[in-house]
Design a protein around this ligand. Structure first.
Ligand code: FAD
Length: 303
């Protein structure tokens, strides 16, 4: 860890960047849980990201990048070092059959922009509450579509501060996986290759997906979406339902009665409650069916 100890230090180094110390991350996570970041920064430009990446690298400070925090459980002890939230870098530029979006743009907004421009391919993302960076990182997908199907390339910054363009085939996309999960790069933007279509048809498809989502998912509660990956040959939600775990509660975290794959915060839930529910679900499903449920949601921060 660096020789920097206080907020004043970072303020002095980067007076032009919005940085706070000991910032509650529960204000930003979709589960409304999570402890503080030592420092939390909201850069507004690539130059500011570069300054922060270089500084943390040179001073051996931990760096964590967050998008919309819709697939995260931040441990109650918080995150050491600097957390960067990219939501203020949210430009979306549409051209004939392409969209370039900065990492902090909501993927829902990119999907909307595609629809308005009569471009098809991003309908699947109409209701995914993540950022472009998070969608690429996770290879987010729904209703038969995945981010990998439409991303042509991504621009990233390496931990050493080098900016690189990575083509789709180098992103090593798989089920809820991309190469960025392994090499700790910061995704700065992505280019989506789309196909001309009819606005009304695109809109109808997006509306249909969103209606299906609202019917099945507990969108009225804080959550982190589907907690578990789909095990080969099974559906996580079905196994959890069949194990009789819907409604199982620890503190304020509860396996949703509406969708067994979701864990909702019914009030006052903590990250520890979430982790306790996850562990219980994993052990019960394993005990009853011999299937290991791997988490899709990422649990990060101090143990
Ligand atoms: C109600 C609900 C419904 C959901 N439905 C779906 C669905 O249908 N399909 C689906 O796939 N997911 C779904 N999710 C999960 C989530 O929305 C997606 O995984 C989304 O892609 C996460 O994006 P994010 O910006 O919120 O990422 P975060 O949760 O902020 O971060 C997730 C991971 O990505 C990393 N990351 C984020 N941005 C960057 C960046 N710029 N550079 C480097 N790393 C980065 C973070 O470090 C973290 O490890 C749902 C979640 C909720 C709450």
């Amino acid at each position: 860890m660096s020789n920097l100890k206080t907020r004043k230090d970072l303020d002095q180094v980067f007076p032009e960047i919005n940085i706070t110390s000991n910032a509650a991350l529960s204000d930003f996570t979709n589960t409304d849980t999570g402890g503080p970041a030592d420092w939390l920064a909201f850069p507004t430009s690539i130059e500011q990201v570069q300054q922060l990446v270089d500084f943390t690298f040179e001073n051996d400070i931990d760096l964590t990048v967050i998008g919309n925090a819709s697939n995260l459980i931040v441990n109650d002890k918080g995150i050491a070092g600097l957390v960067i939230i990219l939501t203020q870098m949210n430009q979306i530029t549409v051209s004939t059959d392409r969209i370039v979006a900065q990492a902090g743009a909501p993927i829902i907004a990119v999907s909307e922009a595609a629809c308005t421009a009569g471009l098809t391919g991003l309908e699947f993302a109409a209701g995914i509450p993540g950022s472009v960076g998070g969608a690429v990182f996770m290879n987010a997908g729904a209703y038969g579509g995945e981010t990998k199907d439409v991303v042509k390339k991504a621009t990233v910054m390496t931990r050493e501060g080098e900016i690189k363009t990575i083509e789709n085939d180098e992103l090593d996309f798989g089920y809820r996986h991309s190469s960025v999960q392994d090499n700790h790069q910061v995704i700065l933007s992505a280019e989506f290759q789309l196909v001309p279509g009819t606005v009304a048809t695109i809109r109808a498809q997006m509306d249909d997906f969103n209606e299906r989502r609202a019917q099945k998912q507990p969108l009225e509660w804080p959550s982190c979406g589907s907690v578990f990956k789909r095990p080969v040959g099974y559906f996580a939600g079905r196994l959890i339902h069949d194990a009789g775990l819907q409604g199982y509660t620890s503190g304020g975290a509860q396996v949703s009665k509406k969708h067994a794959g979701f864990i909702i915060n019914i009030g006052g839930g903590t990250a520890t409650d979430y982790v306790n529910v996850i562990k219980h679900v994993q052990s019960e499903v394993y005990r009853q069916f011999g299937v290991h449920l791997e988490t899709e949601v990422r649990v990060i921060g101090r143990q």
